[in-house]
Design a protein around this ligand. Structure first.
Ligand code: HEM
Length: 418
C-alpha cells in the first residue's frame, strides 16, 4: 500500500461530502488525479480520460468485491461463504472466457430492437402505477409509489416472472439489502447483503427450475432452458437472476427519481423540457446520467503494477473510478456544473461505463426513462415538490439517493400517453 502518498486535503469519509462532492472532486482532479485515499483503502481516478482508459484496460480487473470478504477472520469468512460464491458466479466476471460467453449469449436480448418490444408492457406498468398513486389521498411519492416498483417490475418481467406472481415487497427488500455490497461494505452491510441474496435466491429458484424443465420464459429460459449454450447449473442461474435485479433495478429506479428532483432543482430546464415535448427526452436522459448518474464510482483491482501520471498503482490494489468526477471534467464538458437538458454532448458521459463490462441494459434503461419521463411530464405538466428539502441519503462513496420524493401533481392531463 502506498499510504505515504496520502493527501490530507481530501477526506472522503466526511459524512456530509455526498451532499456536495464536486468542489472536492474538482480539486482532486486538478491537483491529485491519481490519488491514494487511505480512508477508503483505495486509489481514486477522477479525470475523464484516465477513467475511460482504465475501464478499457485489462490490467484493471472487474472483480474486486470478494476482497471485502477475504480480509475478514476465518469464522466470518465461513459465515459469508454464500455471498462470496454468489458474487463470483455473476456474469462469469472472474474468468474472461466465461464472461465473453455470457456476453455473447445475453447481448442478443438487449439490442435496442429487442428492447423496444417491451415498450407496450412498460407503458402499461407505468400507467397502472401512476393511476394507483394518483387515486390515493396523500401526495404521490415518486420513489416508492412509482420509480422503484416500475424498475423492479421490468426486471422481473425480463427474467420471466409473471407479473401476478412478483412478491414486490420481498424483491425490493432483498435487492436493497444486496446492494449494500456495492457501498463501503462494513461487516453488517455484508451480512445484510448475504441475507438479501439468500432470500431473493429462494424466491427465484422455482422459476429457474421451471425454465430447466422447459416451462419458463424470459432470461431464465435463455440461461436454463433446454439447449441453452450457457454451462450454468441452477445455482449459477439464480445468481445471474440476483445480479440482474441488483444492476438493473436499483440503478434505474434512482435515475428516474433523481431525474425528477433535478428538474425541480432547475425549474427553467423543467419548463424547457415540458414545452419542448418528448423529442427532448433522450438528450435530457443523458444529461441526468451525466449530472447525477446513479453509479458514482466503480471499483477495479489492478493485476500488475500500473504506472500512471508519475505514480505507481501497485499490483493487487483497489482503484475507484470516479464516474461522478469524470462526468464533470471541464476538459470534456463545458460548464460541467450546469444542468442543461439540451446539452449537445451529454451522451459522452460514462455513467454506464465503457469497455468490456459496460452496461448491457442501457437500451432498456433508456426505454424505461422515456416511458417514465414522457408520462410524468405529459400527464403532470405542473407537478411540484411537496416537501421543501429533498430527502437524500448517502449511497456508495460519493453517491446519494432519494429515500422519498413526494410531489403535488397539479393539473392532471387525462388518458394514456401516446
Ligand atoms: C440507469 C440505469 C442503469 C445504470 C446507471 C447502469 C449502470 C451500469 C454500470 C455502471 C455497469 C458497469 C459496471 C462495470 O463496468 O463494472 C453496468 C453493468 C451491467 N448492467 Fe447496467 N445500469 C443500468 C440499468 C440496467 C438495466 C435496466 C439492466 C438490465 C436489466 C442492466 C444490466 C446490466 C448488466 C447485465 C451489467 C453487467 C455487464 C457485464 O457483466 O459485462 N443495467 N450497469
Amino acid at each position: 500500500m502506498s499510504s505515504d502518498l496520502a493527501d490530507p486535503v481530501f477526506d472522503l469519509r466526511d459524512p456530509d461530502l455526498y451532499r456536495h462532492p464536486h468542489p472536492v472532486l474538482h480539486e482532486m482532479r486538478d491537483r491529485a488525479p491519481v490519488h491514494y485515499c487511505p480512508e477508503l483503502g483505495s486509489w481514486m481516478l477522477t479525470r475523464y480520460d484516465d477513467v475511460g482508459a482504465a475501464l478499457r484496460d485489462p490490467r484493471f480487473h472487474a472483480v474486486e468485491e470478494h476482497k471485502k470478504v477475504d480480509v475478514l477472520p476465518a469464522a466470518v469468512r465461513r459465515e459469508l461463504a454464500p455471498l462470496r460464491r454468489i458474487f463470483m458466479q455473476w456474469g462469469g466476471r472472474d474468468d474472461p472466457a466465461a464472461h465473453a460467453t455470457f456476453l455473447r449469449v445475453m447481448k442478443k436480448h438487449f439490442t435496442p430492437r429487442r428492447v423496444l418490444d417491451q415498450q407496450p408492457a412498460i407503458r402499461a406498468i407505468m400507467d397502472d402505477l401512476l393511476t394507483t398513486a394518483l387515486a390515493g389521498t396523500g401526495p404521490v411519492d415518486v420513489v416508492n409509489d412509482i420509480a422503484h416498483p416500475l424498475a423492479m417490475s421490468v426486471v422481473c418481467r425480463l427474467l420471466g416472472i409473471p407479473a401476478a406472481e412478483i412478491d414486490m415487497d420481498l424483491m425490493l427488500r432483498a435487492s436493497n439489502g444486496i446492494s449494500q455490497l456495492l457501498e463501503m461494505a462494513e461487516l453488517e452491510q455484508l451480512r445484510r447483503s448475504q441475507q438479501g441474496m439468500l432470500e431473493m435466491g429462494a424466491f427465484l429458484a422455482p422459476y429457474v427450475a421451471a425454465a430447466r424443465r422447459g416451462a419458463g420464459s424470459g432470461l431464465f429460459a435463455v440461461m436454463a432452458g433446454p439447449g441453452t449454450p450457457l454451462p450454468y447449473d441452477d445455482d449459477d442461474v439464480v445468481a445471474q437472476g440476483i445480479m440482474f435485479t441488483v444492476v438493473g433495478y436499483h440503478t434505474t429506479a434512482n435515475l428516474l427519481a433523481n431525474g425528477i428532483q433535478l428538474l425541480f432543482d432547475h425549474p427553467d430546464q423543467h419548463r424547457l423540457l415540458v414545452d419542448g415535448g418528448p423529442a427532448g427526452l433522450p438528450a435530457a436522459f443523458d444529461e441526468m446520467m451525466r449530472f447525477h448518474g446513479p453509479v458514482s464510482t466503480i471499483r477495479r483491482m489492478v493485476l500488475e503494477d500500473v504506472p500512471l501520471r508519475g505514480q505507481v498503482i501497485p499490483e493487487g490494489d483497489t482503484v475507484m473510478l470516479a464516474l461522478v468526477a469524470a462526468n464533470r471534467d471541464p476538459a470534456v464538458f463545458t460548464d460541467p456544473d450546469e444542468f442543461l437538458v439540451r446539452r449537445p454532448d451529454a451522451h459522452k458521459h460514462v455513467g454506464f461505463t465503457v469497455g468490456p463490462y459496460s452496461c448491457m441494459g442501457q437500451a432498456l434503461a433508456r426505454l424505461e426513462g422515456d416511458v417514465f419521463f414522457r408520462t410524468m411530464l405529459t400527464r403532470l405538466p405542473d407537478m411540484a415538490p411537496a416537501d421543501p428539502v429533498p430527502d437524500w441519503t448517502v449511497f456508495r462513496p460519493l453517491g446519494k439517493e432519494l429515500r422519498t420524493l413526494r410531489i403535488r401533481p397539479g393539473r392532471l392531463r387525462p388518458g394514456r400517453v401516446a
